[in-house]
Design a protein around this ligand. Sequence first.
Ligand SMILES: [Zn+2]
Length: 122
Amino acid sequence: MSGEGTMRAQPLAYAPLQFRLHSGGRNSNHALVACPKCEAPAFIRDSEQLTEKVKHLICHCTNSGCGHVFKMELAFVHTLVAGNLDRPDLDLPVCPRDQVTHILPPPRGANDADQISMFDTG
Ligand SMILES: [Zn+2]
């Protein structure tokens, strides 16, 4: 039989390790943050509300080769859309007008080379 007694120089299969919060590959509702040491996803194990606008998060890196456990701070910056609830007891500043992100449609008549035409037949 050909190939008997030879070793492959490459691994038979490449299967990078994955961390799953739930079995069966279901999507998780848990938020992840990037580990500042290795940029792998880190899950939030616990949190502590410091003020109404600041929360500390205890995070665990999912990269077993890293294992970094760290605390991050989550802070309210400003309101983008005020929503429907009035909460005058909270001091929630509104985003300055010059910092509001605007997403505009492309100008009328502009040609987009990547846009597929609905009317081309060939
Ligand atoms: Zn890490």
